[in-house]
Design a protein around this ligand. Structure first.
Ligand SMILES: NC(=O)c1ccc[n+]([C@@H]2O[C@H](COP(=O)([O-])OP(=O)(O)OC[C@H]3O[C@@H](n4cnc5c(N)ncnc54)[C@H](O)[C@@H]3O)[C@@H](O)[C@H]2O)c1
Length: 389
């Protein structure tokens, strides 16, 4: 049986490990020993229906370990899915966890194909391969959505592999073989091209969100119906009626950082649009915050810190950008967030009781509407026009 090690068991690592462990011996490795214990006990560390179900009910060849050597030695393939946070000082991703993990893996295993699934700057794979004199490192972008991580790997939109080597073709075969989709498009490209595909895909999605948000800003400013305009615009099949629900801004772990990274990759290439996609998100949050302030609330309630319905984390959620702007103007903000245990969030009080939160708030701002707010409709501030993500 093929042995695969996966390093970094977050949304990307866990879903890939579960996918591949249907038919391969998979060793899931993470520096977070709590996560490893949970997986050993079949408890899913993330909120994801398919991941929870697979862990609990499927017969998988899955082993979780905090011992990197145990995971890496003898592996035929090593997947790297550690974080690449955006570093505001260098204007680029911090790729140190990826580089360190690759070096660690290579020190105990010279033969495995190393597959980077973390999102990296364009040119990283080529640079690292040359620096380490190693021609068995490739990049394969990940396109999953949080909350649907395993589903999106079982039914992938496409599989992109940044290499044409025999081992790379074998790896694509493993992913395809474990998917449940009948015809999966598989594309083999150069490594820079695969890296660019990931950043351009996410920047396109951010552009679409920013576009419908600016449409909404315009409609608000001119007292027009956003819904009627979007309905009419999106009936054009070339535009399409999807991914068009206004929000406070694009957010989450990937879109904000991936757009900024692409802008950095454009440093020596003339462009206007990529910069505008990054800046449009700030302008939108300024507009929303000013609109909330214009209603003169004394206490502003923030309903949920999450980015979208069903999310289990607050990474770069757009409502936090709104909160920052409101607090900078000296306004009092209180929060309702059942996933957050502490009493304070960046000096704002967290109210555990929903009724108390509703009573205390003059206005309740929420990126997405939830039916538990139906009794306080007169206090709600949202730009969720269509009630979808
Ligand atoms: N979340 C998404 O929707 C998504 C989608 C596509 C691509 N990506 C990219 O994939 C990468 C991972 O994202 P994620 O959301 O899965 O992150 P995550 O934060 O959920 O998981 C990362 C995991 O890596 C572990 N880790 C950190 N340093 C490590 C090290 N040195 N060795 C071993 N484990 C280590 C952490 O403990 C954590 O469990 C990022 O580059 C991200 O941009 C994420």
């Amino acid at each position: 049986m093929t042995k695969i090690a996966v390093a970094g068991i977050g949304y990307v690592g866990l879903s890939n490990a579960l996918l591949l462990a249907q038919k391969n011996e998979v060793f899931a490795y993470d520096i977070d020993s709590n996560k490893i214990e949970k997986i050993k006990n079949k408890i899913c560390p993330i909120k994801d229906e398919y991941c929870e179900d697979f862990l609990k009910n499927k017969n998988l060849y899955l082993h979780a370990t905090s011992e990197s050597q145990h995971a890496f030695e003898d592996a035929d393939f090593i997947i790297i899915s550690t974080p690449t946070n955006y570093d505001e000082k260098t204007n680029s991703f911090d790729t140190s966890s990826v580089t360190e993990t690759i070096k660690k893996a290579r020190s105990v295993n010279k033969k495995a194909l190393i597959v980077i699934k973390s999102t990296i700057p364009v040119g990283y794979t080529d640079f690292l391969s040359k620096e380490l004199n190693d021609n068995k490192i490739i990049f394969s972008p990940e396109f999953l959505r949080e909350g649907n991580a395993l589903y999106d790997n079982l039914y992938p939109s496409r599989i992109i592999i940044g290499s044409h080597s025999t081992d790379a073709i074998k790896f694509a075969g493993l992913l395809k073989d474990c998917s449940l989709k009948k015809d999966v498009d598989v594309l083999f490209t150069g490594s820079g091209e695969a890296e660019a595909i990931k950043l351009f895909s996410n920047t396109y999605l951010a552009m679409r969100v920013a576009f419908f948000n600016e449409l909404d800003s315009y409609a608000m400013a001119h007292k027009l119906s956003t819904k009627e305009i979007i309905d009419g615009v999106c009936l054009d099949p070339r535009i399409g009626n999807n991914y068009n629900n206004p929000s406070f801004g694009y957010g989450g772990y990937c879109l904000p950082k991936d757009t900024k990274q692409l802008l950095e990759n454009f440093r020596k290439v003339p462009q206007e649009l990529i910069k505008a996609i990054v800046y449009a998100n700030r302008t939108r949050k300024d507009f929303i915050a000013d609109d909330i302030i214009s209603k003169s609330p004394k206490i502003i309630g923030v309903y949920r810190l999450i980015m979208k319905e069903g999310s289990d984390n607050f990474r770069q959620s757009s409502v936090q950008g709104i909160m920052k702007r409101l607090k900078a103007k000296g306004l009092e903000v209180i929060i309702y967030e059942p996933e957050y245990m502490s009493d304070n969030f960046f000096h704002s009080k967290v109210i555990k009781n929903l009724d108390e939160f509703k009573r205390k708030s003059d206005i309740i701002i929420t990126n997405r509407f939830n039916s538990e707010l139906t009794d306080v409709l007169n206090k709600i501030y949202t730009r969720d026009i269509f009630g979808v993500d």
